[in-house]
Design a protein around this ligand. Structure first.
Ligand SMILES: Cc1cc2nc3c(=O)[nH]c(=O)nc-3n(C[C@H](O)[C@H](O)[C@H](O)COP(=O)(O)OP(=O)(O)OC[C@H]3O[C@@H](n4cnc5c(N)ncnc54)[C@H](O)[C@@H]3O)c2cc1C
Length: 371
């Protein structure tokens, strides 16, 4: 399968939203060449909302049962966002219980270098480096190899994946790694070569995963996974000019989690894509991700890219008649709580269902009442 290409043209993105096929999706989503939507980079970057995607799926004239699986998967994302809202920075800790059976806090070197010798896994990692995307099932396989077979603590590996993903989202990423590693679920997620072959179209045999599930769960760490690496992930940000701000008007702030071209689009305002070094030192991403974010921002007319802190933007309004609480406008987001000013609500899929639920299925049951 060729790598998915992620356009940054807004009209083409909307075409991709229109192309979703919930019926095929439900049948094939676990296969790496299945009819998945590839919309996550746009959802995570806030170009489109879950509400918008849900609306599109609902307008296809299908029966409710035919779109339910797709809506349920969208809801997984919102479920994790709600957890992040409640937990804040505690999303960086074990969410439910300590990860069992941990040997080290580093990353497995063979995974970073795509040389586990399991062809479909190595191909999935290389695709990640080439495209910034990895299929959900491959993410689960990789996380299981790293945390459950290689016995790494989930934190550093999750940062490695986040760094490389165009759709990198702290809530979905951290919680999913923890789900695989049983820090956010009752048991570790395991697979074997037979399962991997089925979903990746591979026919490889005699690998360290070519065992029964029971043997996979109890085997010694294979030699190839023993070597570890301590990753030092850094974000390289471009140099930018000081922006031109007309301080008689408010400034609308966009960032790597909000690049919605429709939001407040008819307002007379300054528009800034704010790339804060402090944010990216806490959440490092690759140069590819930064370029993707900058390219997506080009859908917003008049936007200026500014690498700097919100506090520097605020000083532009010193002596201005506009009160800073009205001058800065952003979308409410847990990673950008430190912005001052007006914060618009995110377009939730299920605005009525707030807070943290002890399981996705309890959460989904509640959501279904609003479908
Ligand atoms: C270890 C691991 C790490 C992950 N890290 C991220 C991440 O950083 N960012 C991210 O957006 N997703 C993450 N996911 C979830 C999921 O893999 C991706 O959302 C999905 O693969 C994106 O591809 P798609 O748009 O084709 O999804 P589709 O299957 O077409 O689903 C449509 C949308 O529903 C949402 N969705 C679907 N499945 C999930 C799921 N399991 N969890 C959360 N949301 C889901 C996504 O927004 C996705 O775009 C992770 C999963 C695992 C197992």
């Amino acid at each position: 399968m060729s790598e998915p290409k992620f356009t940054t043209d807004y009209n083409l993105i909307l075409e991709k939203v229109a192309e979703i096929n919930p019926v095929e999706y439900a049948k094939t989503r676990n296969f790496i060449d299945g009819a998945v939507s590839h919309l996550s980079p746009y959802i995570s970057r806030g170009v489109i909302s879950l509400k918008q995607v849900k609306q599109e799926a609902s307008n296809k004239g299908l029966e409710p049962y035919q779109i339910e699986k797709f809506l349920q998967e969208l809801a997984w994302r919102e479920y994790y966002q709600r957890i992040w809202q409640v937990r804040g920075d505690a999303i960086w800790n074990d969410l439910r219980q300590p990860q069992p059976d941990v040997l080290h806090n580093k990353m497995v070197k063979a995974v970073v270098e795509a040389r586990t010798n399991i062809t479909a896994i190595d191909a999935g990692i290389n695709k990640l480096y080439e495209s910034g995307y990895m299929h959900n099932h491959v993410r689960m396989y990789v996380a299981s190899i790293v945390c459950n077979i290689g016995k790494a603590y989930w934190l550093q590996p999750s940062k490695w994946l986040y760094y490389n993903l165009l759709d990198g989202d702290v809530a979905s990423n951290n919680a999913s790694w923890q789900w695989v590693a049983a820090a956010f679920s009752d048991k570790k997620y395991y697979f074997n070569q037979e399962n991997l072959n089925k979903y990746t179209g591979s026919d490889q045999r005699n690998t360290f995963m070519d065992k029964s599930y029971e043997d996979v769960a109890t085997m010694e760490i294979p030699d190839v996974l023993l070597e570890t690496i301590d990753l030092k992930l850094e974000t390289i940000l471009p140099e930018t000019e000081k922006p031109t701000i007309d301080t008689s008007k408010p400034t609308i702030i966009y960032n790597s989690y909000n690049l919605d071209p429709q939001w407040r689009k008819d307002e007379d305002a300054n528009r800034i894509l704010l790339l804060e070094p402090s944010h990216f030192s806490k959440y490092p991403v690759s140069e590819r991700v930064i370029q993707f974010v900058i390219d997506l921002s080009k859908n917003i007319p008049g936007i200026q890219v500014f690498v700097g802190e919100i506090s520097e933007l605020v000083t532009f309004y010193d002596g201005s008649e506009l009160n800073i609480e009205k001058a800065i406008i952003s979308k409410n987001h847990v990673a950008f709580k430190h912005y001052p000013g007006i914060k618009d609500d995110y377009e939730w899929m299920f605005p009525e269902v707030t807070g943290e639920y002890s399981s996705f299925f309890k959460y989904w049951k509640r959501c279904k009442a609003y479908l």
